[in-house]
Ligand binder design. Structure first.
Ligand code: AMP
Length: 436
């Protein structure tokens, strides 16, 4: 007996696995792009009013840059960075923030030699491997500013003012500006000893994280959200009571300026911020509208960073603001009422065979700087009208019929239904009609 094997050779089973976006990253779709563009235009405008110029630096840098500037013991460097070796075995990191990159560019491109004070701003994607949640992503976007070259506390206050104006201009109401001063490094080091003394016999009662911070980054214990830690820190000595004269005076100027320009603020002596490079003023603006991840922006002065990264001693101050979080606050407060997307003209082809004519008219209108579109899918007149409405077209131009044979186009204003004829070649008349 002969057995015939069952052949499956002509049956192809194709399994295509869906590739999804990386956890913690987000697509920004056309439906939401207008609020991003609105925010970007607004912030550019405000930065330019304060005479800041945009700088664009690479999204990846040598790992050492971040380790040296942000600090090895910070959460960002110790556990959140996307770090990998490239093909030449260089350790590369996707930027977790942009102060380090801007300062690196400032030093490398000798910007300080070109002018004594550089006022710079940036917008771009940042990367941190954090646990994603509302308002916390692994690729997120920040805008921010750095002013390099002056110790003037007016600049510290200016940073707060710019950030506050941007948020206020977005219609946000539920904002609190928190400010603090960390003093000069000697003061801070002395104070760390005072804090160490205070915590010495309470250390065992602290949470595990805070016990670790006791040795690595003691100031950050103030950031703990854990009840036992907060109870202990409530009575801790405060850095603000140990400030040197200069830091105290500078802090007074910051407060006076904010008062003069009507920006309400709170002094928060526990505001230490996570990064190592801060000196003197630090600040945060928090929102009551975005849940637990409430900081919309933060910044401060970093007078020693340029030198630590190998540049000539140059004082600096800056801030960074999280764009997803800001837009989330806007959404929760319904503070942004943007006009619906629309186009100027939709061309409706009312008989077949005129596809090229429609394309030609569209190209003329587009050259006249009108937003214009037409049907590429061979759809019926009814379906084309539906499309015109979907795009929120202000006008429809009908191409075809007796009018067209006479060299005319029928133009319909979709908001009031008015219809009129214009000469086929008279794009200027059409433009005027649309713009009126
Ligand atoms: P930082 O550089 O940590 O001071 O952050 C400045 C601002 O960036 C914060 O106030 C947030 O608004 C935003 N931000 C920081 N980390 C994230 C993240 N993982 N996802 C979204 N926004 C973030």
């Amino acid at each position: 007996m002969v057995t015939v094997p069952l052949s499956v050779t002509n049956i192809h089973i194709k399994i295509i696995l869906m590739i999804k976006a990386i956890t913690g990253t987000k697509d920004i779709l056309p439906a939401e792009i207008s609020k991003w563009q609105y925010l970007e235009n607004l912030l550019r405008n405000i930065f330019e009013n304060f005479n800041y110029r945009e700088i664009r630096t690479p999204v990846f840098e040598e790992t050492a840059l971040f380790a040296r500037s942000i600090g090895e013991e910070t959460d960002i460097v110790s556990k959140e960075m996307y770090t990998f070796k490239d093909r030449s075995e260089t350790s590369i990191t996707l930027r977790p923030e942009n102060t380090a990159g801007v300062v690196r560019a400032f030093i490398e491109q000798s910007l300080g030699a070109q002018q004594p004070l550089n006022k710079l701003y940036y917008i771009g994607a940042m990367f941190r491997q954090e646990r994603p949640q509302a308002g916390r992503l692994r690729q997120f976007h920040q805008f921010g500013a750095e002013a390099l070259g002056s110790t003037s506390p007016l600049l510290d206050a200016e940073m707060i003012q710019i950030a506050y104006y941007i948020l206020k201009n977005l219609g946000l109401r539920n904002l609190v500006v928190k400010i603090n001063s960390l003093g000069i490094p000697e003061v801070r080091e002395n104070y760390k000893n005072v804090l160490r003394d205070y915590l010495k016999d309470k250390k065992d009662k602290l949470s595990e994280d805070s016990r670790k911070r006791f040795d690595t980054n003691i100031l950050r214990i103030f950031d703990s959200k854990i009840e036992v830690d907060q109870q202990i820190m409530k009575d801790a000595p405060l850095l603000i009571d140990y400030l040197d004269e200069q830091s105290k005076n500078d802090f007074d100027v910051v407060k006076s300026y904010l008062t003069k320009v009507d920006i309400p603020f709170e002094v928060d002596p526990a505001l230490v911020r996570g990064l190592d490079y801060y000196t003197k003023t630090t600040f945060e603006i928090v929102s009551g509208s975005v849940g637990s991840q409430s900081a919309l922006c933060g910044g401060g002065r970093y007078d020693l960073l340029v030198e630590e990264l190998g540049g000539k001693p140059t004082p600096g101050v800056g801030f960074a603001a999280g764009m997803e979080r800001i837009l989330l606050a806007c959404e929760n407060e319904k503070s942004l009422q943007l006009p619906e997307d629309s186009i100027d003209v939709y061309l409706v082809r009312i008989e077949n065979g005129l596809e090229l004519d429609v394309a030609e008219i569209a190209s003329k209108l587009r050259r006249e700087d009108l937003q214009c579109d037409y049907d590429y899918l061979n759809r019926s007149v009814k379906a084309q009208m539906r499309e015109a409405n979907k795009y929120n077209a202000k006008f429809v131009v009908f191409v075809g019929g007796d009018e067209y044979k006479r060299g005319e186009l029928s133009v319909k204003n979709l908001s009031n239904g008015d219809q009129q004829l214009i000469k086929f070649d008279d794009t200027a008349a059409l433009k005027q009609l649309i713009n009126n």
